[in-house]
Design a protein around this ligand. Sequence first.
Ligand code: 5AD
Ligand code: SF4
Length: 349
Amino acid sequence: MNQFELIDKLEQNKTLEHSEFLRLLSGDILPDEALYLKQRAREVTDRIFGRTVRIRGLIEITNVCRNNCLYCGLRKDNRNLHRYTLSADAILECCDIGHALGFRTFVLQGGENPAISAEHIANLVSNIHDRYSDSAITLSLGEWDDRSLKLFRDAGATRYLLRHETINPAHYSRLHPDEMSRDNRLRCLHTLKRLGYQTGTGIMVGSPYQTLDNIADDLLFMKNLKPEMIGIGPFIPHSATPFASFRAGNLELTLRIISILRLMFPHVHIPSTTALATLHENGRCLGLLAGANAVMPNLSPPDLRNHYSLYDNKSAFGAESAEGLATLSSQLAKNNLYITTEKGDYSDV
Ligand code: 5AD
Ligand code: SF4
């Protein structure tokens, strides 16, 4: 079977064998084959979502984190970072600004801050929920016990983002310190599914020690999990981490994985990530043209944005920001893509 037939088979069956995924991921794929993959993925995206791009307002509620993920600038051992935690009022103010701009999904993202209790988060969620009953609340706050995840769900959060990062245990342990475990991450993901969250997972492309074999395993893991959202972005080194001297992930491979995921999951929400926009000046549009259907402009207070430094040179202003929606719209319009403020539940895409 040639690569074109393999891409058709992926579109038809919505999955492939491990060895077949490897062929699509490998550097041997020719430019016209890669182009065909992208075109099929965008055509499927057009069929399901049209030329619309969903927006989610990202509020980075704290950059304090108890963990020491080797790749991340927010890791606890990075002492050169001004740490902040937004008050409930400050978060509500971000929602007010976002709501006025047309956002109907708020993503509360943050490190695993031991000073923030589950009750505090549940309160916050229920306050936002009361104030903006027309909006969806997404959490992206790391690993919690089952009871806490249920508290958040009962308070009105309906979506949760938690990338699995890599399904391979040996690779997982090269990216994380000993006290973190892949199994706890998977436990959280399964709890989220069981509690009825629209669940997001995903990986970094080109993280240190990652092989194409790992990525093929990640694709098959996601096939099994059936997430409603998938976050895919290139790894980008951060100078104050042990991975400072590693290379950033590859743009073409990241785009190819977005396309493969779109063919595997026609209805899944795939944001074109900030990391992609940071890696390449046109990264955001390239991600959308490869099959992504959402963007997450930054709604955090502008004076704190630079402190949420997951990796070096992270974009947070201009088209990457909530106040830059007009700039974003005009970039998108050049590609015949248009922002929609639809909440876009998985069930009513
Ligand atoms: N490069 C790219 N993405 C990163 N993340 C953390 N550090 C980096 C980095 N250096 C991503 C991880 C995590 C999310 C919060 O940000 O995938 O899940
Ligand atoms: Fe903390 Fe998340 Fe960064 Fe890990 S990736 S150090 S859990 S903020």
